[in-house]
Design a protein around this ligand. Sequence first.
Ligand code: ZN
Length: 172
Amino acid sequence: MVLLVRAIAFAAHKHKDQRRKDEAASPYINHPVALVDVLVNEAGVNDIDTVIAALLHDTIEDTETTADEIAIHFGDRVAAYVVEVTDDGGLDKASRKQAQIDHAATLSTAARAVKLADKICNLRDVIDSPPAGWPIERCRDYFDWAKQVIDGLRGEHPRLEALFDDVYRRRP
Ligand code: ZN
C-alpha cells in the first residue's frame, strides 16, 4: 500500500503538465490510472510490481524520469519492467511502431500485462474520445497496429487478451 500510493503520487507529479490527445485534453494521469483499473479490477492482476510499473509506464518515455530514479524509489524489478515498455526515443515514429511489433515476443510476463492494458485503454480511448483531428483511417490504422503488437505476445494473460479482443471488435 505504501509503495502503491507513492507510485500514484510520483506519476501524478511527473505527468502534471501533460494532457491526453483527445478533444477535451484530459489530464495525462487519467491514462496510467485507467491501466491499473483494467489490470486490477477487470483482469484480476494482483502483482504489485506489475501494478506499479503500469502507473509509471510512460514516465521514462514522456517525462524526464530515468530508470535509475524508478529503481531507487520502487526497486530494480519495477524499473526493468518500465524500461521494457519504453520506446527507443532515438528512433523515428514509424520505426518505434515497428519495434513494438518486433519486440513483443521478447517481453517479460509483467511487461506483457502492462502492454496489454496500455493497448486496451488506448483503443477504448480512440473509440470513446478519439484524438483531436484523427480521420477514421488513422483510427483504423491504430487498431491494426495495436493488434499486431498484441498478437506477438499472446499466451500468458488470457483475461487481458480477451479484454483486448473485446475492444478490437469495436474497430471503427
Ligand atoms: Zn500508455
